[in-house]
Design a protein. Sequence first.
Length: 570
Amino acid sequence: MIIPTDGALMQCLSLFFGTFVQEDLAILLGGMMAMEHDLPLVVVFITLMAGIVTGDTIIYAMGWAASKIPWIKRKLINRRVEKARKKLKENLVSTIIIVRMIPGVLFSTFIACGFIGIPFLEFIITSFLAAAAYTAAILLIIVKLGEAALPSLGKWVYISIASIGLLIIIIKYLKQKKMVEKEEVEDETIIPVDEKIDGNAFLGMPSLKDVKKKVALSEKIPSTIFYSPVGIRWIVLGVRYHSMLLPTVTNPLVEAGGLWGESKSRLMDQIGPDYKKWVAPYTTVYIKDNNAVDENVTNILSAMHNSGFEFPLVIKPDIGWQGYGVRVINNKEELVNYLPGYPENATLIIQELVPYEGEAGVFYSRFPGEEHGKVISLTFRYFPHVIGDGVSTVAKLMEKDQRTRFKLKFYLGKETLHAGLPEEYRSYVPQAGEIFRLAFIGSLRVGGLYRNGSKFITPALEERFENIARSIPEFYFGRFDIKFKSIDKLREGNDFKIFEINGAGAEAIHVWDAETPLLKMYKELFRYQSTMFRIANANRKRGFKPMPAKEFYTFTKQYNNLISNYPASE
């Protein structure tokens, strides 16, 4: 039996997990390792097969789970899976063998295998044999070609093989993308829209007139699967920097660096007095006992009076995520209905309802010791909506639109943490060209549409957020969520209000623009992850210590308990 050394073990692990990210790339790397004699060819083959079989088993299990659990079924079973199911019924063995070589269909086919109940043993044996033949063939081609060319080309042979391999992977990826786009076009129902709808329908925002409201491939992938490569890379960076929790000192004076669970009000409290005018006015109320509704209402009304607030206003958790628990409260009755669902011994924020429709995320980054930071991302966030045709009800329009259909359960009130639309709104018939809002929050969680606005970043905008960020003690990496009057004013650094600040755990949400290719998304997420670790490492060298593991575990557990117990958002 061949037992790899410690160094070889790390290479084996990289190949094993690499198959989860991109099988062809992992096979290419494995072949080059075998050429270099870093690993015996048989070890490379066994490691790759272990990763491929594990991945295939996970996908099959997801399909099986979809057949048993309704919410997983809604997420995973789509047009592509239905097409794969028909092919599987016609010819199981040949279909499983062929999809190993065809780009873009393996995931949906293997989901279908689990979903329709193909015996696991039959599936895994067929899949194993197909993968073994494909992997062995590619490895042998790489090794034999490399060994034949090595005497004449020397080290250039590695560059040549890597270039050819990457070219093949890119071609397969482009074919996959083309297939996905073709299916999305076939699946999409066109909504007749008044051609005279103007570019200012979303007041102050860039026009959506020529934007296709499609659901990106990245949005269809379950988050646990999508973020797996990010998690693996976190481990790699943690090993490199000798601390898995190093990012907890990215912003040293924020709880856990702002990875999650930070107090939104405390972050906004730290903005310097000269820059408070850029923050939407807010106050906080501590809810000790959610059964003492009358007392809590009295405390909130008193806080409103002291702050000069009037209905309508926004009420939201002080420790939040993706819009959970956020509501517009129009009167005392709605406040009374909201409070019993709020967790005990927790703080809520009362904030003025900003009159601007424009919404964006502005991501800021600065290395400790640097004289100037940068706005490294600007993303426009459009609330979920449908566009009227003068004939169809809102309910019908939601079923026609690809994007709203994807999140339909939220608007129908079938998601426990989102209130949904009242029946009278669903039966409303918007006029032709009329934009009907489906939710107050614009989070991707409920179908918000994100657009990369990096081209709108100006020196004036950057200077404004540089000054605001520098006024917050030890703040180096995070996102300002804002409402703004118009894009022209925002480019000047004027007429906007910050309604929330997020720390190190905030994403640069421009990556969720539906036009962003999946590989580019990962490239951007990896780049921001590297920046976060580098900033945190610089702060550690300045004397700040990462949060201990036990404390971080307790902190995370408390945070998760809060999130899952907030009232429904809207």
